[in-house]
Write a protein that binds this ligand. Sequence first.
Ligand code: ZN
Length: 82
Amino acid sequence: MSRLAELGAGQTVTPLTPAAAAQLVNCPQCWKVPGGPCWPWGSHLARYQRANRRGLLADDALAAVVAGLEVIAGHEIVRGAL
Ligand SMILES: [Zn+2]
């Protein structure tokens, strides 16, 4: 039986947060490996963009991340849990 079938029809799988999705790929800006943020206070926007290209982060979720930045560039740090 598949995992989804075990969960049953009334339950859903919690989607990844944008930060969790970004941490599944290595960072093209600083080459941080998957498993943790680039810095204790956040990760580079470039990493979120890579996660988006790999299909791990939805377009609207990336848009929400970008909306919180003053400057939109790959080297910018996305702070906090976003
Ligand atoms: Zn980085």
